[in-house]
Ligand binder design. Structure first.
Ligand code: PLP
Length: 392
């Protein structure tokens, strides 16, 4: 019996546990201080009324013999797949029902999709980025190459045509940097993938934060993408579903490798290893796409956007370099005075009692950067930025 030794190669993630430890020690030593947390990547506003009502109705259905439902289709109920299809249609992007797979969130699918690919593929992952891409490939023993994201490319790395890779991760709007690719830039990635017969894994978990109509919210807005890209999306940040759990993955029918349709492979994988998202949750997710809920959800997203603006305005006023803040809930700032990200973390905690996330936790290129998030309370975000302004 042999275990998967690749797990030994995973770097222990001390990021959030170290933050929690430092904050708890500080608050024990300074019980009178009011700590403001701008580090969280979780939402704080509740589900919309329309979504809650839809789930309550579904609970009632489940309690009646006539309307009770057992196992559903592994790839999701058609009522929800149709709602997702219409959501894409409203942005002039065509996806077929069979290409839409309902999931329990983007994190699971981003990891699970790797079942479709050979272990010997080379993977390109931006640095810094959402750590799940690196860890899931490390677990599978794949070779990882990093696309360097830094100040000089605005944290939006472009393809290196001299390099041959097989799987490409793109996250736009990006976590942690908040940077967003435009259509021309994404076109370069699509062209590169087509030329190299690579597959793009496109994480659109934060698409709802994009307000500029010229910026792409789906990779399928780019010509040729249906032949080379899989898209992951989530209701977590769009509709406050981080605890409710629902997302969707699009595997286009045109995506064919060695004569094999990846959509069919994914269907086979899902019907074998997944038994679907709860009916009650799928009814709530369907309601997310209704006109009433879209209006309610917009208010929540606007609330977070205003917080992001308060933070971004403060950085502008202080002349601090940053990305994000406009089409993203994240502000990724360059630590002032050449500080490294943990030094900066300690300074903010000790001097103004504001907690953020050190960029070092997202990759080596995050060493001198810091992530602040807009998912907190409005009054507290303002207060944090007033303290920040006085400090710098
Ligand atoms: N993708 C990115 C880039 C994220 O930042 C997150 C969560 O923070 C996820 C995916 C996970 O989304 P979900 O809650 O749908 O699993």
């Amino acid at each position: 019996m042999k275990i998967n030794k690749n797990y030994q190669k995973l770097e222990d993630s001390y990021l959030f546990s170290t933050i929690a430890k430092k904050v708890s020690e500080y608050s024990k030593a300074n019980p009178d201080k009011n700590i403001i947390r701008l580090g969280i990547g979780d939402v704080t506003l509740p589900l919309s009324k329309t979504v809650v009502k839809a789930m309550q109705d579904a609970v009632a259905e489940m309690g009646q013999k006539e309307t009770f439902r057992g196992y559903g289709p592994e790839q999701g109920y058609d009522f929800l797949r149709e709602a997702v299809q219409k959501y894409y249609q409203s942005r002039n992007t065509k996806v077929e029902i069979e290409e839409i797979f309902i999931s329990d969130g983007a994190k699971s699918d981003v990891g699970n999709i790797l079942d479709l690919f050979d272990k010997d593929n080379t993977v390109l992952v931006p640095d810094p980025v959402y750590p799940v891409y690196v860890d899931t490939n490390t677990m599978a023993g794949r070779k990882i190459i990093y696309a360097e994201a830094n100040e000089s490319n605005g944290f939006l790395p472009m393809p290196d045509k001299s390099q041959k890779v097989d799987i490409i991760y793109i996250c736009s709007p990006n976590n942690p940097t908040g940077a967003v690719y435009n259509k021309e830039q994404l076109k370069e990635w699509v062209d590169y993938a087509l030329e190299n017969e690579a597959v793009i894994l496109y994480d659109a978990a934060y698409e709802c934060f994009i307000t500029d109509k010229n910026l792409p919210r789906s990779i399928y807005e780019i010509e040729g993408a249906k032949k080379c890209a899989i898209e992951f999306c989530s209701l977590s940040k769009t509709a406050g579903f981080t605890g409710t759990r629902c997302g969707y993955t699009i595997v286009p029918d045109d995506l064919v490798v060695d004569g094999i349709h990846l959509r069919k492979m994914w269907l086979r994988r899902q019907t074998t290893k997944f038994n679907g998202v709860p009916y009650i949750v799928q009814r709530g997710a369907q309601a997310v796409f209704s006109e009433e809920a879209q209006e309610e959800i917009k208010q929540a997203i606007d609330y977070y956007r205003e917080n992001a603006k308060v933070i971004a305005d403060t950085m502008d006023a202080k002349g601090i370099w940053y990305t994000g803040g406009k089409h993203s809930p994240y502000i990724w700032l360059k630590c002032p005075n050449g500080m490294d990200s943990w030094e900066f973390f300690d300074k903010l905690l000790n001097e103004i009692q504001v907690v953020g996330t050190p960029g070092a936790g997202f990759g080596k290129n995050g060493k001198n950067f810091f992530r602040l998030t807009s998912f907190g309370d409005k009054a507290k975000t303002k207060e944090a930025m007033e303290r920040f302004s006085k400090l710098f």
